[in-house]
Design a protein. Structure first.
Length: 170
């Protein structure tokens, strides 16, 4: 019983302090921003301008890996039960109240909860009790990046170094 309580405390404290968690449901593993609230990690997504939540199915399972906020290394991993919150329910309202304060650069400000209720999903990732906390792996878990429309910058034009040099000379 003591080990289970220590594991739960480790999961809660590490997840609270981390800015991102890595979540794998039935789809690829994704980095998601979250909020820890009432014993679970809350995430919002699958809507326009929000993070994708592939493979997080209501009633399903997920594996969560928590990283260190300062160094970025893996701290702990845990198994979660996925619970999708229905819009307008008391649990949804409490979750959105927490999430809305942590959502950065929202395009619609105070209208965000209304948009989330129409177009997004709010999901609770509840730690499964009695399942041992997964140790941070010693191996490299690097993977090929997922396909994306994002691109890198073009090469610096040939004349830019000369322009910068002239500015420094003045």
């Amino acid at each position: 019983m003591t080990t289970e309580l220590l594991d739960a405390a480790l999961v809660e404290e590490a997840t609270k302090k981390s800015g991102l968690i890595w979540v794998r449901g039935t789809g690829p593993e994704r980095a998601l921003w979250h909020v820890w609230h009432e014993g679970a990690a809350l995430v919002v997504g699958d809507g326009p301008g929000e993070q994708p939540l592939p493979g997080l199915v209501d009633g399903g399972a997920a594996t969560v890996t928590v990283r260190s906020k300062d160094k970025g290394g893996r701290l702990v991993g845990w198994q979660a039960k996925v619970v999708e919150l229905g819009a307008g329910t008391e649990a949804w309202e409490a979750a959105v109240g927490e999430l809305k304060g942590k959502r950065l650069n929202a395009p619609d400000g105070e209208a965000m909860p209304l948009r989330w209720s129409r177009e997004c999903r709010v999901v609770r990732l509840e730690p499964v009790r009695g399942v041992a906390v997964l140790p941070a792996s010693d191996g490299d878990l690097a993977a090929v990046p997922l396909p994306s429309a994002a691109t890198t910058r073009d090469a610096v034009p040939a004349g830019v170094p000369r322009l910068l040099k002239r500015r420094r000379a003045k």
